[in-house]
Design a protein around this ligand. Structure first.
Ligand code: AMP
Length: 114
């Protein structure tokens, strides 16, 4: 079991504003939202970074993105548009070492990202 803050959210030790969960995944609102809609989707499995994803995780990663699209629909941002991203390691700004997919929407996104 992961001892990161997200591992603790996944196992119910720490509360979060959960918008979706199933046997493999949990999705909750980011504590410091960078857009009107900012949700994090995590696997219950404590994978620290994208670099640590293994071939046997392929189905899980597919489910992560399928859930993101479903959540975007639920949140009413699917049609207007949204961004999904995974920060991997320090140079990308990763701060929590439990794999998480950001869903950001509800405003115009800029490119390139900072
Ligand atoms: P990253 O920089 O990709 O590792 O993103 C970590 C994200 O987790 C940041 O956007 C934080 O605002 C968010 N975060 C940290 N702690 C919590 C928490 N307890 N509940 C919800 N979001 C959190």
């Amino acid at each position: 079991m992961s001892d990161t803050i997200f591992g603790k959210i996944a196992n119910g030790e720490i509360s979060a504003d959960i918008v979706y969960e199933d046997e493999n995944l949990v999705a909750f609102r980011d504590l410091h939202p960078q857009a009107p809609t900012h949700i994090l989707v995590i696997p219950r499995k404590p994978i620290p970074t994208l670099n640590a994803v293994q071939p046997e995780d392929a189905e899980l990663i597919g489910k992560l993105f399928l859930a993101a699209a479903k959540i975007a629909e639920q949140e009413g941002i699917a049609r207007s548009g949204y961004r999904t991203l995974i920060n991997c390691n320090a140079a990308a700004g990763q701060t929590v070492y439990h794999l998480h997919l950001h869903i950001l929407g509800g405003r115009q996104m800029q490119w390139p990202p900072g």
